[in-house]
Write a protein that binds this ligand. Structure first.
Ligand SMILES: CC(C)(COP(=O)([O-])OP(=O)([O-])OC[C@H]1O[C@@H](n2cnc3c(N)ncnc32)[C@H](O)[C@@H]1OP(=O)([O-])[O-])[C@@H](O)C(=O)NCCC(=O)NCCSC(=O)C[C@@](C)(O)CC(=O)[O-]
Ligand SMILES: NC(=O)C1=CN([C@@H]2O[C@H](COP(=O)(O)OP(=O)(O)OC[C@H]3O[C@@H](n4cnc5c(N)ncnc54)[C@H](O)[C@@H]3O)[C@@H](O)[C@H]2O)C=CC1
Length: 435
């Protein structure tokens, strides 16, 4: 019998192979992988069937942002993230915007598919002519490909032919309503079904039939108007603070280097909430950053996803606009129990509601970050919370974590190092042992 390939082995067998190859690290790493596999949250056979070449499981903390007020409702939003201060900052943002509340709205949830031919094989004009004359057949074929989506009121909504800007390719664009799902699989199924029809009619092979992660036609907007006192920082004039926040916002419009970091701050909250919900974070982020790269004054200028301005009445006005390729059904949530629980806890009654909450979360996350930057700086708040992670990395466990973190916080910033944390852990152990 032929030897089984790596991907045909069990998780335990794969671990053994990797140990023999010496690529696992040491026995400590082997133990860590093996323990997480048997004591992880997922049943080992579920984990082993979700991805390929699986050897272990990976856990991250799940936290919540309480009291995020969006469109008159209060949400408790679950986040999964490894970075200290993200949840605290989002909670801080929810607190600062609770009085005013955030208003959010989403354009209809749609995803684009594209079937692409070389324009030498199929000209845009010809494709257009054929599609217009046989539209009824194409819609019937799309319905046949995914009858359940059609029955829900979704499915193919429109067909449009657009050549690429350089004229080399003819794209047939399919606008699809995936109802409450993110829609990638739905769009791919319909696109491939129509590809076969087009190839038959045109007598040419399509280059590709796939969804586009560009979400420019399905954008969510969230806005908030705050009084300076809502964002006040001790020891600083609130009006001067909001003026500095607005200036920081202008900087991110002028300076690409700052825009990237500004958007990273926004995605701190959104990506973490999307991860918690069992949605595809790669699709989300590709879509968001592509939008940021061509939604500005000229195509190709990477822009901030949010802006903050001071209104004539002295209030601070914030607005965020971005596409959110997510779903409240489908994806990994049906197989990952905690993702399912996180979706249920978010209590998003519709896909629009989920997107509105995500955009609001991004806006308040951004507010906390730039308020800190415009005020005391980021390190004071962020590094305070980061001290727990430093203590854990230095080997602290149980009640020691809080003790060491408190000692680290009391040190000047320049002395809060890994080496110093290890020294403190060693001293703590000595005193615990009565040495
Ligand atoms: C860190 C804080 C919140 C401290 O904030 P603070 O004002 O020093 O602390 P506070 O004790 O006055 O707390 C204010 C509120 O923050 C929340 N809060 C406070 N502490 C906790 C905690 N332990 N757990 C949960 N929530 C917490 C909580 O809502 C609290 O209100 P309260 O409930 O007490 O009335 C503040 O300094 C802050 O918001 N900083 C921003 C931190 C941040 O953005 N971190 C992300 C990592 S940095 C990054 O990745 C991106 C960045 C910053 O570069 C993006 C950019 O450049 O734009
Ligand atoms: N480029 C990309 O972004 C790609 C992403 N993917 C993956 O595709 C998955 C997302 O695709 P989907 O089609 O959203 O998920 P999916 O394949 O899980 O489909 C959603 C399922 O939910 C059912 N459903 C039940 N109630 C529904 C309702 N009210 N509205 C809509 N559907 C309902 C649908 O019939 C369907 O079976 C993600 O796992 C993603 O990682 C796959 C290929 C490419």
């Amino acid at each position: 019998m032929a030897a089984r390939k790596f991907y045909q082995l069990s998780a335990a067998e794969r671990l053994d192979v990797l140990r023999e190859q010496g690529v696992l690290g040491g026995s400590e790493e082997y133990e860590a992988f093996a323990r997480a596999q048997s004591h992880g949250i997922l049943e080992p056979d579920v984990a082993g069937h979700l991805i390929e070449n699986q050897i272990s499981q990976y856990a991250l903390p799940l936290g919540v942002v309480p009291g995020l007020r969006v469109n008159g409702r209060e949400y408790t939003v679950p986040l999964v993230v490894e970075e200290a201060s993200v949840v605290a900052a989002a909670s801080n943002g929810a607190r600062m915007t609770a009085r005013a509340g955030i208003h959010a709205e989403s354009e209809p949830h749609r995803v684009l598919g594209e079937v692409v031919f070389l324009s030498d094989d199929v000209s845009a004009d010809y494709a257009q002519e054929v599609i217009v004359s046989r539209e009824t057949f194409l819609f019937a074929r799309a319905e046949e490909a995914l009858p359940s989506m059609h029955a829900r009121g979704g499915g193919l909504e429109s067909l449009e032919v657009r050549a690429t800007p350089d004229g080399r390719f003819t794209r047939i664009l399919l606008t699809i309503n995936p109802c409450d799902a993110m829609g990638a699989n739905a769009v791919n199924t319909i696109s491939e079904a129509l590809r076969a029809v087009f190839e038959d009619w045109f007598g040419a092979q399509a280059l590709v039939a796939i969804l586009s992660n560009a979400g420019d036609d399905s954008v969510t907007t969230a806005e908030v108007e705050l009084e300076p006192v809502d964002v006040a920082v001790r020891g600083m004039d609130p009006q001067a603070l909001v003026e500095r926040i607005a200036l920081l916002s202008e900087l991110s419009q002028s300076d690409y280097l700052r825009a990237v970091t500004h958007n990273k701050g926004i995605m701190n909250g959104i990506s973490s909430a999307v991860l918690a919900s069992g949605n595809d974070t790669r699709a989300l982020e590709a879509s968001v950053h592509a939008f940021a790269a061509h939604s500005g004054p000229y195509d190709g200028s990477y822009q901030p996803l949010s802006t903050w301005t001071v209104l004539d009445n002295g209030h601070l006005f914030g607005r965020i606009r971005l596409p959110l390729q997510v779903g409240i059904v489908g994806g990994a949530a049906s197989s990952i129990p905690l993702a399912k629980a996180a979706r249920a806890m978010g209590a998003y009654g519709s896909i629009t509601e989920f997107k509105n909450v995500l955009a609001a979360l991004g806006l308040v996350q951004n507010l906390s970050a730039i308020r800190a930057l415009a005020g005391p700086g980021i390190q004071a708040g962020h590094m305070n919370l980061q001290m727990n992670a430093l203590a854990i990395a230095a080997g602290a466990s149980g009640g020691q974590i809080e003790r060491i973190a408190a000692q680290l916080r009391a040190l000047p910033a320049s002395e809060r190092t890994a080496a110093r944390a290890r020294e403190l852990v060693a001293q703590d152990e000595q005193s615990e042992n009565g040495d």
